[in-house]
Design a protein around this ligand. Structure first.
Ligand SMILES: [Zn+2]
Length: 177
């Protein structure tokens, strides 16, 4: 995005984004837009491309740090440093790993629900998975109408499920396969 600096307020960040080439490269723009359309985050409207309700709700649900163009610009600066031999690759990867872990922990500790999507199933903050302690989601059964089951929000890493008993997961009958 060439003119991304227009969307940030901090003078220092503006300068940083203006000095580089914005974020990303124009070569990847078309494929990113195609992907965002495929995921129903964008849709064509006449000659324009607009965001969908799902797309806007996703942006609202994400923490500020993740959607900041400054973060991407910082990453690109670090990658350039690695390319030039000035920065350490392993240190960069370790930092990325820690950052993603922190964000996933944060997301799992609260109830995040994104309206407008097919999968807008909230993650419980009360009922946790006994295997990995991530929040569980109550899902309606596709086989039996009006019947529910609980699945781990950490799926597919964790395949733990529990039957529903009076609106709560029945921990005594958990399955992990
Ligand atoms: Zn689990």
């Amino acid at each position: 995005m060439e003119n991304i600096y227009k969307f940030v307020n901090e003078p220092e960040h503006k300068k940083m984004l203006r000095e580089g080439d914005g974020i990303g490269t124009s070569a990847t723009r078309a494929s990113i837009i195609t992907e965002l359309k495929r995921r129903n985050f964008l849709e064509p409207k006449g000659k324009q491309i607009i965001s969908t309700t799902l797309g806007r709700n996703l942006v609202d649900a994400l923490p500020d740090i993740v959607k900041s163009p400054v973060l991407t610009a910082l990453y690109e600066r670090m990658l350039k440093g690695i390319e030039q031999g000035a920065s350490d690759f392993d240190a960069f990867i370790a930092k990325q790993e820690q950052f993603i872990r922190d964000q996933v922990t944060k997301a799992n500790s609260g109830s995040v629900s994104i309206a407008g999507g097919k999968e807008s199933i909230p993650v419980s903050t009360l009922h946790k998975c006994m295997t990995c302690s991530a929040g569980l989601s109550r899902r309606s059964s596709t086989k039996k109408k009006g019947s529910y089951w609980w699945g781990c929000s950490n799926y597919p890493e964790c395949k733990q499920t529990y039957p529903d008993f009076k609106g709560k997961p029945d921990y005594s009958k958990g399955r992990n396969s």
